[in-house]
Design a protein around this ligand. Structure first.
Ligand SMILES: [Zn+2]
Length: 120
């Protein structure tokens, strides 16, 4: 699967985002090494800090199905990942991350998105 195809699935998922406050709909899709795709969306809350980003939603759904770090090949998201999500991308050992930035689909390795990052 190409990153463009994965991003198309992220864009389709964005239609299900729950974003009544910002109206900023985000979708993400993770490609697992076994070929499965798991999607996620941003989920807002009236208590704003409790909101969930699409990337973490997708990864949490994958974890609930038994996926662990190292088992995610790629992640595509319809917006540039926030700092917190970049830490999650590193944790899961994802090979490739694709996201829209200024109208262009960029591809990065997680370490490029968060150099000199925190780890235990
Ligand atoms: Zn985020």
């Amino acid at each position: 699967m190409t990153l463009e195809e994965l991003h198309a699935q992220a864009a389709a998922a964005a239609e299900n985002a729950y974003a009544p406050y910002s109206r900023f709909f985000v979708g993400a899709a993770v490609l697992l090494r076994d070929g499965r795709v798991v999607t996620g969306v941003n989920v807002e809350n009236a208590s704003y800090p409790l909101g969930m980003c699409a990337e973490r939603c997708a990864l949490a759904r994958a974890v609930a199905e038994g996926v662990r770090p190292g088992e995610v090949e790629a992640l595509a998201v319809t917006a540039s990942p926030c700092g917190g999500c970049r830490q999650w991308l590193l944790e899961f050992g994802i090979d490739r991350v694709a996201f829209m930035h200024e109208g262009e689909l960029l591809e990065r390795a997680p370490i490029e998105l968060l150099p000199d990052s925190f780890s235990l």
